[in-house]
Design a protein around this ligand. Structure first.
Ligand SMILES: *Cc1c(COP(=O)(O)O)cnc(C)c1O
Length: 484
């Protein structure tokens, strides 16, 4: 299959016809009131359209978007797995949708029980018994976690600690979090195997160290082989170890971060535990801590007193980081996901996520260059497009754009920063072998095209309604309104 330039059909916006309407109202049988002139605007040219015009317009727009319900969404680090419809059935239950945070505890025992059970399950999964469900995103969980670590040092009157050590492969939110908390960020290099460099770490860790922020498996998709030793080095220097558990996909049910020496961890429930995410929608970044740090947790958290569930504020809490107890319906979805596997089967998530990633890596590594192909990857892996860039002038961005022509969402690109022309692929466990093969076939075909017809790849996408955006302008000066 060679897809060449098919001029994409234009998106039609101008559907208005004078006098057309979507509602037929009965004749007015009361005196018409004059509306206040200062509230009236003559410049609002509202479209005059019928109901079917509106439905078709929005349905047409929705079909321009790719979604995880259509196919593989291999966005490394973002964990775009399929979100089971069972979760949606659960959150539609009236007891969940109609509950209000100002209702009394007596009225909301069921909702509080669910939150309490979720806290307990996450504590067990992570091996860190103190849990707050408050943060609304991974980045907010990180901030809460680092504030907890700051409060811990302050409570010990240990005021000279100012630096947070972060590996060079880290997600950008890690240094941002540390800087926002007022700490200095010190980078530690990765070694040739993709692990944190222990000799470097030993040189950096001292009595000014707040702690280490570490992602495991790291963003290269590799298990940090020296995680326990790294934790020992930090603990010996009096610091704490913060785990970025945005993606627990590779280890859930198999390894517990608490057992690996991590003291504080956040987990993106909207990644590992299948809550729809992206586009800034409601997320959930629960934070788990070892028992002696639980008094610092942001609250309220749910405690069980006898048979009754109650909201409590931990004794030395850093305060609230979000209203009430977090994004409740996101938490319900995560709860349903965990319960639908059950304790006995939770590890299958990790096993299949890792198997799928290794299968894809095996299919691609001889054609795309894989910097760490000598190691088993975890839930994701990185490739580099450098050979294509050097030989044919085809860059990773071009390859990612070309993937769209084959009907797939592109992987994460140019991250982590330490791999040039990086392509970062995370298939997740919810892909069949067939869908992995289709995706691999497309990437192998594109590698062939890069050699034989590089311009075809450089001009991609040829089939998308919008081709190449100016990413920088789009982020800095977004145009969010349509003007006809
Ligand atoms: C997604 C992610 C984050 C940030 O999570 P948000 O919910 O987007 O704020 C942090 N670290 C890693 C490794 C991630 O993949």
């Amino acid at each position: 299959m060679t897809i060449v330039a098919n001029k994409p059909e234009p998106i039609i916006y101008e559907l208005s016809a004078p006098g057309r309407t979507g509602a037929a109202l009965p004749a007015c049988d009361v005196p018409q009131a004059k509306l206040p002139a200062h509230l009236m605007r003559a410049d609002l040219e509202l479209p005059e359209v019928s109901e079917v015009d509106v439905v078709r317009h929005y349905t047409r727009l929705s079909q321009k978007n790719y979604c995880v319900d259509l196919g593989i969404y291999p966005l490394g680090s973002c964990t775009m797995k399929y979100n089971p419809k069972l979760n949606e059935e659960a959150v539609k239950l009236p007891g969940f949708t109609a509950v209000h945070p100002y209702q009394s505890e007596d009225d909301t025992q069921g909702a509080l029980q669910l939150l309490h059970e979720l806290q307990t399950m996450l504590g067990e999964i992570c091996g860190l018994p103190g849990v707050t469900l408050q943060p609304a995103a991974g980045a907010q969980g990180e901030l809460a976690g680092i504030l907890i670590i700051r409060a811990y040092h302050e409570a010990r009157k240990d005021h000279k600690r100012v630096k947070v050590i972060i590996p060079d492969s880290a997600h950008g939110t890690n240094p941002a979090t540390s800087a926002m908390t007022g700490f200095q960020v010190v980078q530690v290099k990765s070694d040739a195997r993709g692990n944190i460099d222990l000799d470097e770490l030993r040189k950096l860790a001292d009595d000014t160290t707040v702690g280490l922020m570490i992602t495991n498996p790291n963003t290269l998709g590799l298990f940090e082989e020296n995680i326990c030793e790294a934790a020992q080095i930090i603990h010996a220097a009096g610091g704490l170890v913060y785990g970025d558990g945005a993606n627990l996909n590779a280890i859930v049910g198999l390894a517990r971060p608490g057992d690996l020496g991590i003291d504080v961890l956040h987990s993106n429930l909207h990644k590992t535990f299948s809550v729809p995410h992206g586009g800034g929608g409601p997320g959930a970044g629960a934070v788990m801590v070892r028992a002696d740090l639980a008094p610092f947790l942001p609250g309220p958290i749910v405690a069980k007193k006898g048979k009754r569930y109650a909201l409590t504020m931990p004794r030395k809490s850093i305060g609230r980081v979000k209203s009430f107890y977090g994004n409740f319906l996101a938490l319900v979805r995560a709860y349903v996901y965990i319960r639908s596997f059950g304790k006995e089967h939770l590890h299958e998530i990790a096993e299949n996520a890792v198997l799928n990633a290794n299968y894809l890596l095996a299919r691609l590594k001889n054609v795309y260059s894989a910097p760490f192909a000598n190691r088993v990857c975890k839930h994701e892996f990185v490739l580099t497009g450098t050979p294509f860039a050097e030989q044919f002038g085809v860059h990773t961005l071009d390859i990612a754009k070309r993937i769209q022509d084959y009907g797939f969402y592109p992987p994460t690109i140019y991250f982590p920063l330490i791999v040039p022309e990086c392509i970062m692929i995370e298939p997740t466990e919810t892909q069949s072998k067939e869908s992995l093969d289709e995706f691999a076939d497309a990437l192998l075909k594109i590698a062939e095209e890069a050699k034989t017809n590089p311009q075809l790849v450089k001009d991609a996408p040829h089939t998308a309604p919008i081709t190449r955006l100016d990413d920088v302008q789009a982020a800095r000066n977004p145009v969010l309104r349509y003007r006809g």
